[in-house]
Write a protein that binds this ligand. Sequence first.
Ligand code: FAD
Length: 497
Amino acid sequence: MPRNAADSCDLIVIGGGPGGSALATFVAMHGNRVVLLEKEEFPRYQIGESLLPSTVHSICSLLGISEEIKNANFWLKPGATFRWGKNPDLWSFRFKLPQTPEALGYSYQVERSKFDAILLNNARRKGVEVRMRQTCTEIIKEDGRAVGVVYQDENGNEGRLNARYVADASGNTTRISRAVGERIYSDFFRNVAVFGYFENAKRLPAPNQGNSLHVAFKDGWFWYIPLSETLTSVGAVVARDSLEADTFAQGTESAYDGFIDACPIIKDHVSTGTRIREGRYGQVRIRKDYSYANTRFWSPGMVLVGDAACFVDPIFSSGVHLATYSGLLAARSINSCLDKKFSEERCFEEFERRYRREFNHFYQFNIAFYDMNRDEDSYYWHARSVLNTEERANDAFVTLVSGSAAEQFFDQRIGIGQVLQKHSEGEKDPITAANFDKSKLDLIKVAEGLAEGRFEIDRLAGLRPQVEQKPVFEAGLLASADGLSWEEAPIMVSAGD
Ligand code: FAD
């Protein structure tokens, strides 16, 4: 087909990261014609290396790549280890709890260049037409509806492609998402990440050698993620203000070294290693990792998935989960619309409400977790205590994410950090011990909610016992048996009817 001719398909996906690949694959698996445009050549570098079990087991099983992931030699991640809160010692959690199915008891730490390439190659095998080095530059709309895209190939030639649906999965730097709504930032999680890679740095003692290590220090916190026997990803998450401060005056590398010096546990762990200075991992990189959400996740003919829609602070490694989960939810909506099963509005409202709910669970949990590490002497931690947070005045973001006004939202969360603190210290009844207004406590609800989206994918993949599905809101829809479209929920008939 000539490059400049307007050709057409059912769905155009912009971006071949985990969100875009998952969405494209799930729509192609339903028998639809999908074209994916990716601006880079793969394998390409990406941050976001620590994954959750439901992504590497359940999503990958639904995508049909379980064996490939198992054989890819990714580093086994049994859990995570923290130096967080008042406790000066390291403490760990493991994914494998007594009630956790064996198959979900661990995850992987991955080099994203390899992981993302597996997902994208699989999309190709499942029938997606993947076009590399094609950059989407514009969304074409007719009467307010997205009907296609303009793209540029590697030689700067422009082309036009029409589709019944367009998905923006182009990640955190997207401009395309503006075609759907406005990006609103959180004030609580306005962080900057500075990160590099080490060869032969230390491992935690067995059995935690595969764990991600998260260490709070005065300027923020560090991640320390083992990616192989010898390769380690080491990053500091600090306040945005540090960027302007003296810390960065001598350049990024010296700021990075300075943060490592200021954090004894990380300094000790990298002491046996050498920082990599060449190749894919040879740079110290900086990424603004502000949390945000778009005012809308869909508009007629168009949907946002993954970081293009929203992003929440990476402390609990939720990014790839949210990207692939939103890819699955969006695929259900697009497949159902293409099948003319329900109205577009109904399908995409289902997608947006479920995705926002999942995002909100992580946002709430992260706030509680940050609040656990109060330190009055540290600018970073003082500013991020629930009592002091600027987010209280940021009604726009909080209302968007949680549906309640900021003041009310934060008042209800005061004290939850203390409960987590007590819990990490092994307190039997942290709720009584924390001595605060129990009527406000919705930690259990938050904790249950945090697992909901992931459990749903696990059940679809047959990795957790089936339970009766319930709509997540009144008149909401349910997942079909294969997980790829929406079904009407059975009408409940009360005993008196
Ligand atoms: P991406 O992975 O960003 O993929 C988007 C793709 O779109 C890219 O390949 C890009 O080349 C392409 N693209 C961009 N523009 C265009 C265009 N115009 N046309 C065509 N293609 C385009 N997540 C975790 O799960 N675990 C972690 O440990 C973790 N740590 C993180 C640490 C930091 C500091 C940060 C900032 C994030 C972290 N994340 C983590 C989050 C994770 O990086 C993202 O959430 C995840 O990559 C989102 O996937 P995505 O598919 O939405 O976007």
